[in-house]
Design a protein. Structure first.
Length: 223
């Protein structure tokens, strides 16, 4: 009985694994078909249909980045940079290192900034033809400051970081090399050796008492 139960469990697990593989294969096939249809509609010039197909594919496959990436490319080529950035960010949520999505966000942001600057120039009556570039930049800066405030133009965190940055330490002054004085004695001269002190002069021995006069008494000294 145990063997039968074990065999049934193994068969059930195998069936589940097979079903999962089949579902994954069917999902991938369905996504590929949707992307092909969207590409065909785009090549035919039917951008609304291509957009709809890509959005439907994104809903059916919420974890896949490809529908959002294709949609971002479509919107970028159509110069709808706001929508391109939005779709590219959706792709980045599924793959933060995707180079195509990162490039679309970067270039779209630059083009949006360029368009905004052109609109500011047209709206600013003080900026006219023939005015220097510096004057145009100052006028645009003034317009942005008046519209958004100083803190938006120059964030407070950047100002505080600049003020808190320590001043660079002064460069150390070069030290002058001191050359040792040359030895006054000629090369190879042997240093003089102090002469050993002369032996102290021997103290003269006490004169022995003169001998008694010749012929005298030799015991006279004891008296």
């Amino acid at each position: 009985m145990r063997l039968i139960a074990y065999a049934i469990a193994v068969a059930a697990l195998a069936a589940c694994a097979s079903n999962s593989k089949d579902q994954a294969a069917a999902s991938a096939s369905d996504l590929a078909a949707s992307l092909e249809q969207a590409q065909a509609a785009r090549q035919a010039g039917d951008l609304p249909r291509a957009t709809t197909l890509l959005r439907d594919a994104a809903k059916s496959h919420p974890t896949d980045k490809q529908p959002w990436l294709r949609l971002a490319q479509l919107q970028f080529d159509n110069r709808d940079y706001n929508q391109a950035v939005s779709a590219a960010q959706e792709a980045l949520q599924r793959d933060a290192a995707d180079q195509t999505a990162l490039s679309i966000v970067a270039v779209s942001g630059l083009r949006l900034a360029s368009q905004s600057l052109q609109q500011l120039r047209r709206a600013n009556a003080s900026v006219q033809a023939g005015v220097s570039t510096r004057a145009q930049a100052e006028a645009l800066t003034h317009t942005i400051r008046e519209a958004l405030g100083e803190n938006v133009l120059v964030p407070a965190s950047a100002t505080a970081a600049s003020a808190a940055a320590p001043a660079p330490a002064p460069a150390p002054r070069p030290r002058r090399r001191v050359t040792a004085a040359a030895d006054a004695s000629p090369a190879g001269a042997t240093p003089a050796v102090a002469a050993p002190g002369s032996a102290p002069a021997a103290r003269p021995a006490a004169d022995k008492p003169a001998a008694a006069a010749r012929g005298g008494n030799p015991f006279t000294i004891l008296q």
